[in-house]
Write a protein that binds this ligand. Structure first.
Ligand code: TXA
Ligand code: MG
Length: 306
């Protein structure tokens, strides 16, 4: 069986696959990832192929302990250390200058690498057993919705990898925050599981969100991304009889969404997958509040509707 439960045996097998240059879909606390040995350029090339992902879009490198940073980051600043101590393991990805141990294909030719320690024991165990960091993008095809449950993975993806570890639903349900500490001021490339306010509080300084000048923008900033197959339409109130996500009571072909941003984020992709499965042409989604705590949800909805 290709889809396995997490056990000591399956984790050992996953590690063998990774070390042999194969691909394993692993759960994390944010979304599922398609993992390969980050130090093996040929293995990483398979990820791009399977995802149909442009090669200039760099991958996140997942580690299982802080000591691994020394090997894969060329410069590890005090800011990076503060963020790692406060948020790792957890949904924060820190972009730092890379060491020569990271092949160019991982970073799309950039001089920086995105590092993250996931807060999921299965993912941490696979990394530890593999004894290499894992390059792992979200388990979806380029621009499509990220999988937060094994049921979201299409047959095409499952057939293209060597193993899938079923870790149940992902707790956060939305990708990690990507923060760049190589720039001054520090900036957020992609909002995610850790909020801007939490990062600003940890660093005791405000962050910039303006796109970098002269440098290529982070590819997470593609306008269209995280999109269902149906056209996603943002509205203030769901039109009568429309399929979609609502804050009000759900009728037929509708899903009631929580009015708490964290719970909403955890359910967003799964809810979109469910409505998408009905084969509708349009999914209507009620626009969430404009307050800062809804920033990440608004970001994903905007990109899904672009
Ligand atoms: O929660 C997550 O981050 C999930 C799980 C699997 O860890 N991973 C994920 O990976 O969302 P992916 O490949 O779908 O998104 C990675 C994001 C992209 O927006 C990419 O541009 C950005 O991280 N990124 C990676 N390396 C970068 C770098 N060196 N500089 C700037 N952005 C980078
Ligand atoms: Mg992705």
């Amino acid at each position: 069986m290709k889809i396995v439960q997490p056990t000591l045996t399956s984790i050992r097998q996953a590690a063998e696959i990774i070390r042999a240059g194969g691909l394993v879909i692993v759960p994390t606390e944010t979304v599922y990832g398609i993992a390969a040995d980050a130090t093996n350029a040929d293995a990483v090339a398979k990820i791009f192929k399977v995802k149909n992902r442009p090669t200039e879009n760099p991958l996140i490198v997942h580690i299982c302990e802080l000591s691994m940073v020394a090997e894969f980051a060329r410069a590890w600043t005090e800011t990076a250390e503060t963020l790692a101590e406060r948020f790792w393991p957890g949904p924060l990805t820190i972009v730092v200058f890379k060491s020569s141990r990271i092949p160019e294909i991982v970073t799309g030719g950039l001089d920086t690498v995105a590092l993250r320690m996931p807060e999921n024991q299965i993912a941490l165990d696979v990394i530890a057993a593999s004894e290499v960091p894992l390059a792992a993008p979200s388990a979806n095809r380029f621009t499509e919705l990220s999988a937060t449950r094994v049921e979201h993975l299409g047959d095409e993806l499952i057939n293209a990898v060597d193993m899938v570890i079923d870790g149940g639903p992902c707790r956060f349900g939305i990708e990690s925050t990507v923060v760049d500490v190589c720039s001054d001021p520090i900036r957020i490339f992609r909002p995610g599981g850790v909020s801007r306010a939490e990062i600003e509080a940890a660093l005791k300084q405000p962050l910039s969100s303006s796109p970098p000048h002269g440098v290529r923008r982070s590819p997470g900033m593609y306008a269209r991304h995280y999109a269902p197959k149906a056209k996603l339409v943002l509205v203030n109130v769901l039109p009568k009889g429309a399929a979609g996500l609502t804050f009000a009571e759900a009728k037929d072909r509708q899903i009631h969404m929580p009015d708490n941003p964290v719970a909403y984020a955890a359910n967003l992709y799964d809810s979109l997958f469910k409505i998408d499965k009905l084969g509708v042409e349009e999914i209507f989604v009620e626009w969430p509040p404009d307050s800062v705590d809804w920033e990440v949800v608004r970001d994903r909805l905007k990109k899904a509707s672009a």
